[in-house]
Ligand binder design. Structure first.
Ligand code: FES
Ligand SMILES: [Fe+2]
Length: 360
């Protein structure tokens, strides 16, 4: 099993070994060490609006592959294991509204809170039912318009999002409205880590995204580190470029912020623009195969045509092209561990340190 050290001093550090990108053993280990411990965006929690609703889903398909079911009872939305505690059959096969959840294999019934209710032919079983016969409940929490679940959280969601919340929490997250009209799913042949590496630095912007570069100021582009993520700030270049109207008392008050790019370890990107939020959920589906879901939540759709938050589809394809080409390079026998720009790649260095700690 590969381990890797990343020097805490960015001026001395070498980046991840090239073979880590695309290694099946690394990928398998990350399933438990990285993804099971992280908070994952859970849009399915919004699909059970009525008491008695139950909607099955797979958490992070292709990576965690965990069968879960979103349920609602007495107004409380939960995420439960969708694996029957008798012999492992899925409990809920398709979205339904019913008084209880019934496994179709041998008829075991559960409440929408996961509690065991009944089971045929178990009259003589000792110590039955016990808590082990209930469906496991998975922590489910909400921040603004977003629901999150975690199988084995390494830290509370509040702590994970604290620094991000301090910057964007006052912008009116509860007023964001989901807009499915621009949903896009992208898939490409590269490790999810290369995709995140690319997201976490602005160094490539002048080279790869000429149009975006025209809308933001490269020199004052800034990266801030948080225990479980990063925050990148882009500032409007010209007086007529779109910028946030920040509320009084905001830490960036007086600055013309064009975008807050928040990254939540390991695989969630929350890009806040004056028009709203572009959420990028990065889904590893194989050691060198990645799917990225783009989902939008808007404050003011009319602002979408200009500034840093315009042309996101073009920017994405520009990013994919360089990431896929770099994945090819990482396979080369002569590939070397790279170095970090001390001024522009602090976010990438931070990501690699978090990964190394999770793998240790
Ligand atoms: S597997 Fe569900 S009742 Fe037997
Ligand atoms: Fe980019």
């Amino acid at each position: 099993m590969q381990t890797f050290d990343i020097d805490p001093d960015i001026r001395l550090a070498r980046a991840l070994p090239p073979s880590v990108y695309g290694d099946p053993e690394v990928f398998a280990r990350q399933r438990e060490r990285v993804f099971a411990r992280s908070w994952q965006w859970c849009p399915e929690a919004a699909t059970v609006p009525r008491d008695g609703d139950a909607a099955p889903f797979t958490l992070l398909p292709g990576c965690l592959d965990e069968p879960l079911v979103a349920t609602r009872a007495s107004g409380v939305v939960r995420a439960l294991s969708n694996v029957c505690t008798h012999r492992g059959h899925p409990v809920v096969a398709c979205p339904a509204n019913a008084a209880s959840l019934r496994c179709r294999y041998h008829g075991r019934r559960f409440g929408h809170d996961g509690r065991f209710l009944s089971m045929p032919e178990f009259a003589g079983a000792a110590d039955f039912p016990s808590a082990d016969d209930d469906l496991a409940a998975v922590p489910l929490e909400r921040w603004g318009p977003l629901d999150f679940v975690s199988l084995r959280p390494a830290a509370p969601l509040r702590a994970v999002l604290a620094q991000i919340d301090a910057r964007v929490g006052s912008l009116g997250l509860d007023r964001l409205v989901r807009d499915p009209s621009t949903d896009r799913d992208y898939a490409f042949d590269a490790s999810w880590m290369l995709y995140c590496d690319n997201y976490l630095e602005g160094l490539h912007i002048p080279f790869v995204h000429p149009a975006l570069n025209d809308a933001i100021g490269y020199d004052d582009y800034r990266t801030e580190l948080a225990p479980w993520g990063t925050l990148q700030l882009a500032f409007a270049r010209d007086a007529d470029d779109v910028a946030f109207a920040l509320p009084p008392g905001h830490p960036d008050g007086g600055a013309r912020v064009a975008a807050f790019y928040a990254w939540v370890f390991p695989n969630l990107m929350l890009n806040f623009y004056p028009w709203g939020l572009s959420l990028n959920a990065v889904q590893p589906v194989g050691p060198a195969r990645t799917r990225v879901l783009f989902r939008a939540f808007t404050w003011d759709p009319a602002l979408r045509a200009g500034g840093a938050g315009a042309g996101l589809d073009r920017v994405e394809l520009e990013d994919e092209a360089v990431v896929v080409a770099s994945q090819q390079g990482m396979r080369a026998l002569l590939a070397k561990r790279g170095r970090y720009s001390p001024t522009k790649e602090t976010g990438v260095h931070h990501f690699h340190r978090l990964l190394a700690a999770a793998h240790a």
